[in-house]
Every structure is written in structure tokens, then in C-alpha cells.
Write a protein that binds this ligand. Structure first.
Ligand SMILES: NC(=O)c1ccc[n+]([C@@H]2O[C@H](COP(=O)([O-])OP(=O)(O)OC[C@H]3O[C@@H](n4cnc5c(N)ncnc54)[C@H](OP(=O)(O)O)[C@@H]3O)[C@@H](O)[C@H]2O)c1
Length: 284
């Protein structure tokens, strides 16, 4: 297949290219090569490349900053996605929109299904939800892929931040009242590749299986890295006041993948151990 990947310089974008380029022709466009807020440029690139699928990995991901930078968050996460979906539809291509667990308010208490009602708590979640809605309305061949707590080789993410902090301090404090499904970008990219081999369009939760608290995630990161010397203290989210409220429990259940017969993701701890044992060591 011929794939056009936007936001190809991001954490997920880079792993999408690494994973998919062995089997497909990837047109990997970074922000410098294609600004998704330029609707004409985006449509023009889709027309000239004529891909089989557009993977929209460009995103405005600064959750706190989005609260005061609403216009840019919506231009990137929603309006740009709408242009991509229209461009893809015009040439009969599939459209993959990568979305987030932050479309949920986190009050459910058990892992979210694809069919659960959405109710984002902040501007970032609202902008991603608007991107989902435009994609759904404008593309008849869409995959909306909600994922969560991403980490990979090329990002500043929870895993890399915990390991960096452990290198600087003997004691760390992490919240134990936020729950989610940590997800390795390489696993997500591979799953997107498998989904593109099907025509099982729709909305999916794609995260490594299972869930944990931020505290348990940090504990597993330190254990996998052999940092048993670091003391970890639990704290309440109230101790860390941030501009955007985070969902309390945004764990994702993968009923969509199971129903579509698409292989499920491995469990979050195995993925994390694999990342720290191999990929993390290659981090630049
Ligand atoms: N990270 C998470 O924990 C998480 C959780 C759930 C869902 N997601 C979703 O997963 C997807 C990938 O996230 P990620 O962690 O890979 O994010 P990321 O590292 O921030 O990557 C996003 C990429 O989009 C680019 N971008 C921003 N504005 C753009 C524009 N106007 N035109 C073109 N490119 C633009 C960014 O470029 P610059 O770096 O130059 O700004 C960056 O390369 C996103 O859709 C995100 O919403 C992420």
C-alpha cells in the first residue's frame, strides 16, 4: 500500500514509519513538510500522492496549553483532520484518525468500551472529539483509533521522564489515583498496519492490554530498568494542580478489535519490559 503519514516527526509518527515502511511505501511528512492547518496544502498532497490510506498522526498534544490555545488545538486536531478525511474520501482512500482516552471523563470505574458515552474534561479532549466527529462524517472508510498513555523511543513521555528523574533523585512521588492503559507506540503502529489490511472500518480502542495507576506504572518502569534503589512515594492528584483536569480512570477495553477478529495487543507490562530492554537503549 501507499501510505501518507502526517505528523511523521512525532513520537507515534516515527514508529509508524519504522514499522510500516518494510511492507508499504510510506510518504512520511513532518510538520515542516506539511502543516496540517493549511487545508489547501493538505488536500493538494493527498491528491498528488494518491495514497491508499492517510494516517493522521499530526496532533496538538499539549494538554494544559490547549486550555488557553483553543484555536490552535482545534485547527490541528479537528479542522485539519476534517480536511484530511475529505481529501482521502475524494480519492477513495482510507483515513486513520488517532484519538485519545481523554474523550472520556474517567468517571466510569471500569475500562471504557468504544460505545460508551464521551464527555471530555478539557479543551484537548474536546478538540480530539471534534476530530473524531469530522472524520466519521467525512470519510466512509475511517478507522478512529483511541489510544492512551503513549510512550516510545522518540518522545518525552512518562517512561522517559521517570527514568530521567530516577537518574537525578533518590526518591520520586507519583499519583496513585489516576488509572489508564500504558501503550507502546511500536505495538500501536503494528496494530494500525494490521487494521489497514482489513476493511473493518469504525471506532476502536487500541492500547496495550490491562491497566494500572500512574504509581504502579512508575513502579513497573523502575523494576524493568533494575532501579530497585529508587524510593517511590504515592500521592493524590490534588497535590499536583494542573490547568487541565485529567480523567481519573481512562483505561480502554478492546472489544472492537476482538469483534473484528484483529489480533489483540500484548499486555502493558510485557510491552514496557520489551521497550526498556531494547528500544529505550537506542534512544538518542
Ligand atoms: N502521547 C500520549 O500519551 C497520547 C495519548 C493518547 C492519544 N494520543 C494521540 O496519539 C497521537 C500521537 O501522539 P504523539 O505522542 O506521537 O504526539 P507528538 O509526539 O506530539 O506528535 C505529534 C506530531 O504532530 C506534529 N504537529 C503539530 N502540529 C502540526 C501541524 N500543524 N502540522 C503538522 N504536524 C503537526 C508535531 O510536530 P511538533 O513536534 O513540531 O509540534 C508532532 O511531530 C496524537 O493524535 C495524540 O492525540 C497521544
Amino acid at each position: 500500500m501507499k501510505l501518507l503519514i502526517t505528523g511523521a516527526g512525532g513520537q507515534l509518527g516515527r514508529d509508524l514509519v519504522r514499522v510500516l515502511e518494510s511492507e508499504h511505501t510510506c510518504y512520511a511528512l513532518t510538520r515542516e513538510e506539511l502543516d496540517v492547518t493549511d487545508g489547501d496544502a493538505l488536500s493538494g498532497r493527498i491528491r498528488s500522492i494518491a495514497p491508499d490510506a492517510v494516517i493522521y498522526a499530526a496532533a496538538y498534544t499539549q494538554v494544559d496549553q490547549a486550555e488557553t490555545d483553543l484555536e490552535m488545538a482545534f485547527r490541528v486536531n479537528a479542522v485539519g483532520a476534517g480536511h484530511a478525511a475529505m481529501g482521502a474520501e475524494a480519492i477513495g482512500a482510507a483515513m486513520v484518525y488517532v484519538s485519545t482516552d481523554y474523550v472520556f471523563d474517567g468517571k466510569k470505574g471500569t475500562p471504557y468500551l468504544e460505545t460508551d458515552p464521551v464527555s471530555p474534561l478539557g479543551a484537548y479532549g474536546r478538540s480530539k472529539l471534534a476530530g473524531e466527529q469530522l472524520t466519521r462524517e467525512l470519510s466512509s472508510r475511517h478507522f478512529i483509533i483511541r489510544t492512551s498513555w503513549l510512550y516510545g523511543r522518540d518522545g518525552s513521555n512518562f517512561v522517559t521522564k521517570i527514568l530521567a528523574a530516577a537518574g537525578q533523585r533518590p526518591e520520586l512521588t507519583v499519583v496513585d489515583d489516576q488509572f489508564g492503559s500504558p501503550t507502546y507506540t511500536v505495538d500501536l503502529a503494528s496494530c494500525i498496519g494490521r487494521m489497514l489490511q482489513t476493511q473493518a472500518y469504525g471506532t476502536y480502542h487500541v492500547a496495550n492490554r490491562g491497566f494500572c495507576s500512574r504509581y504502579a506504572f512508575a513502579e513497573a518502569i523502575l523494576a524493568a530498568a533494575g532501579r530497585h534503589d529508587v524510593i517511590l512515594n504515592p500521592a493524590s492528584s490534588e497535590a499536583f494542580v494542573l490547568p487541565a483536569q485529567r480523567p481519573e480512570n481512562s483505561a480502554l477495553a478492546d472489544r472492537g478489535l476482538r469483534r473484528a477478529g484483529i489480533p489483540r495487543m500484548r499486555d502493558w507490562k510485557s510491552a514496557l519490559e520489551h521497550f526498556i530492554d531494547s528500544d529505550y537503549l537506542l534512544k538518542g
